[in-house]
Design a protein around this ligand. Structure first.
Ligand code: NAD
Length: 296
């Protein structure tokens, strides 16, 4: 068997961002509407600072306005909730994102639920989580799971009837990915830290989505020949001679010899996340203004 097709998340995300930019330009021309994205950063986590800067840059490249709010790590929960609620009332803001992780004295669920569900471009509000599970058309779907689904559809087209294994059951990745695949009529299994025989579950799966956070945990020999593998994991590992580098949750070098298609890390799911954030912001802006959102 030859090597798997590498699913190029960079290229697919670039195409998606271009289409979003075109739709944003159309909104401006036809409705004089510029979608606005508010990104709230609490504290000085270096990785978060990079993500937030990239989100703002990509939003502006796509013709959107970005509203950045940087709060100190010791901000009170009440002050953060008040900012988030204020953004809900700000007509210039169509999408609100509060960058995770938050400091330990702030309850993430309280913050998620303070976001206006119509502006909840991260899809973490309980209302949007419920809409996703019940299949409501107006659910705001979390960005990384939506990116995983887009990559799968890009490669496979129709997903109905396929057996999908989602490894990880977080509210941010695993559970929404499982809900999306179920809505696509896959037969979905969700594996987690208590799963017995993870290797056996993998060997039966046509689709594997790995979202665990453990470098190279999924072995090449666990993959069913020809399966499609989406690797969500971002792990910093020792790269030899002191520097660190990124690795996914899947042993890429081994899995690429067995799978039908696989996402690399970096360059797979990661770039799709920001592109889907822009997509959600565009859709939110349309809905808030009574405009039919484009199909993207
Ligand atoms: P999490 O820690 O909240 O959840 C991890 C899940 O893995 C848990 O549900 C747990 O039950 C499961 N798990 C742990 N050990 C296991 C084992 N031995 N076998 C099977 N399951 C096991 O993490 P998360 O927020 O869902 O993120 C998962 C990974 O995805 C991380 O590496 C994170 O950095 C990455 N991530 C990437 C993006 C992106 O844009 N590419 C976005 C979000 C998260």
């Amino acid at each position: 068997m030859g090597e798997a097709k590498i699913i190029d998340g960079e290229a697919i995300a670039a195409g998606l961002r271009r289409r979003i930019g075109e739709e944003a330009a159309r909104l401006k021309a036809r409705h004089d509407l510029t979608p606005g994205l508010a990104v709230v950063l609490v504290g000085d986590n270096p990785a978060s600072r990079v993500y937030v800067r990239n989100k703002a840059r990509r939003a502006e490249e796509a013709g959107m306005t970005s509203h950045d709010h940087h709060l100190p790590a010791d901000v009170t929960e009440e002050a953060l909730l008040s900012l988030v609620r204020g953004l809900g009332d700000d007509a210039r803001v169509n999408g609100i994102l509060v960058q995770l992780p938050l400091p330990p004295h702030i309850r993430a669920e309280a913050v998620h639920d303070a976001v206006d569900p119509a502006k909840d471009v991260d899809g973490f509000h309980g209302i949007n989580a419920g809409r996703l599970v019940t299949g409501a058309a107006d659910a705001m779907v979390p960005c990384t799971p939506l990116g995983c689904l887009m990559l799968l559809k890009h490669h496979l087209g129709e997903l109905a009837g396929l057996k999908a294994l989602v490894i990880g059951r977080s509210n941010i990745v695993g559970k929404p990915v499982a809900a999306l695949l179920l809505a696509e009529h896959c037969t979905v299994t969700v594996a987690h830290s208590r799963t017995r025989d993870l290797a056996g579950e993998c060997r039966r799966a046509d689709i594997v989505v790995a979202a665990v956070g453990r470098a190279r945990m999924v072995e090449g020999g666990w993959i069913k020949p020809g399966a499609t593998v989406i690797d969500v994991g971002i792990n910093h590992i020792e790269g030899g001679s002191g520097e660190t580098r990124l690795a996914g949750d899947v042993d890429f070098a081994a899995a690429v010899k067995v799978a039908g298609a696989i996402t690399p890390v970096p360059g797979g799911v990661g770039p799709m996340t920001i592109a889907c954030l822009l997509r959600n912001t565009l859709v939110a802006a349309c809905r808030q203004n009574g405009i039919e959102p484009p199909e993207i």
